[in-house]
Design a protein around this ligand. Structure first.
Ligand SMILES: *Cc1c(COP(=O)(O)O)cnc(C)c1O
Length: 396
């Protein structure tokens, strides 16, 4: 329901639809119209909407205890930390409430690491088209001038190189003695679904080892099974020093995490970082339940199978389409790049196809379906997107 005189700040361009309930990959508007969700609240509701086990655990924990603060031991936080570290090969976790906060923790670790190495002005290497959040530090790390415009002065201490380009990285390494860490997404999500090659990530790992840099991987969108592995970087067989998570970790309940191993895991001492809400019993117990369900139902492997079906389906259906420049993806992160600006397709998809999609970088349709989709629903997404792009039925 669009509000003529809204009391909300105009930070978002919202579609004129509001949903009243959801189940699995389906959503219903207040008036009962059914929609198919191919974006999962931007890679958040990977277990689908209204998952009965998540609902039950939220209800139970809400009746027991919501919050006590980090002044005390929190058993569910210990458990979730242990589980995530085991899956990711990490040693310690810091919990917060969002992706940007997880990256803030990582950036602070990088600065501490630099100062420990006697680098007075430590610099962090970030990528063109990268996305790391909207706080001032993470916005400064983000490689999108349009999102940064108006918020200058940005935070200093970042150097930027092209993504997936090892030569550019080596040149920057030779020129800049103050680099102490690299922050990178294994698949650029907001940047248009670009997948870093496994060779690049392995060479990056080796470069970080020789230079003493922290390798910090932003798995906020690509992690939690979405790419077909628990974490996107695992396709390259590397282990980072720092990993950031959020989005699907709580299936809609806000939670973020910064994981670390080795020296990076020991950098924070009491009082150096904190969050009032971070790691509360409710969010952490839900995180544990999300991991239980994903492991039991083998959802990372399922995402690989469904992702393959989605990608080959799109490639088959859109083959030779005059407007389609590229179809990219890994697991259930898929992008269809068009030869033109296509933002209006988001509204058209809702209206004509009852399908939720997003457009990133102005020209790329992004699909992030829930990991619990059926094959039929994946084929349905392909059919609806194809119709959307069919001449005669849309302005393409
Ligand atoms: C969404 C996202 C973030 C920011 O997460 P918020 O929870 O919105 O702060 C950071 N990095 C990546 C890769 C993301 O996709």
């Amino acid at each position: 329901m669009p509000h003529v005189k809204s009391h909300l700040m105009r930070a978002y361009a919202r579609q004129p639809v509001s949903f009243a309930r959801g189940s699995g990959a389906c959503l219903w508007s207040a008036s009962g119209v059914e929609y198919l969700d191919a974006i999962s609240g931007v890679a958040v509701t990977s277990l689908g909407h209204g998952h009965p086990e998540i609902t039950a655990v939220i209800a139970e924990q809400a009746g027991l205890l919501l919050h006590t603060s980090n002044l005390f031991q929190i058993d569910w936080q210990e458990r979730l930390g242990e589980r995530l570290c085991a899956l990711a090969g990490m040693q310690r976790a810091f919990f917060c409430n969002s992706g940007a906060e997880a990256n803030e923790a990582a950036l602070k670790l990088a600065r501490l690491h630099g100062h420990r190495k006697q680098v007075a002005q430590p610099q962090i290497l970030v990528m063109e088209n990268g996305f790391h959040g909207r706080t001032l530090a993470t916005l400064s790390a983000t490689g999108n001038p349009a999102k940064q415009q108006g918020f200058e002065p940005l935070m200093p201490g970042f150097l930027r190189v092209p993504y997936d380009d090892i030569g550019a990285l080596r040149r920057m390494a030779d020129e800049s003695p103050n680099i102490v860490a690299v922050l990178i997404e294994p698949v650029q999500g907001e940047g248009g679904i670009r997948v870093a090659s496994a060779d690049y990530l392995r060479e990056l790992r080796a470069l970080c080892d020789t230079r003493g840099w922290l390798l910090m991987i932003d798995e906020i969108q690509a992690g939690m099974g979405r790419t077909g592995a628990w974490f996107g970087h695992q396709h390259a067989g590397i282990t980072p020093d720092v990993i950031t998570l959020a989005k699907a970790l709580g299936n809609g309940l806000p939670i973020g995490a910064c994981l670390a191993r080795g020296e990076a895991a020991e950098l924070f001492s009491p009082g150096q970082h904190g969050s009032t809400f971070g790691g509360n019993p409710l969010a952490c117990r839900v995180g544990c339940t999300v991991l239980d369900i994903m492991a039991r139902d083998a959802l990372p492997a399922r995402a690989a199978v469904l992702g393959e079906r989605l990608l080959t389906g799109l490639q088959g259906a859109l083959k030779g389409h005059p407007q389609v420049v590229a179809i990219r993806g890994q697991g259930l992160m898929a992008g269809i790049e068009l030869a033109r600006s296509c933002k209006e397709l988001v509204g058209l998809a809702l209206e004509r196809e009852h399908l939720l999609i997003t457009v990133t970088r102005d020209t790329t349709i992004r699909l992030l379906p829930p990991l619990i989709c059926s094959e039929v629903q994946i084929d349905d997404i392909v059919a609806r997107v194809t119709r959307l792009l069919s001449p005669g039925e849309s302005p393409v």
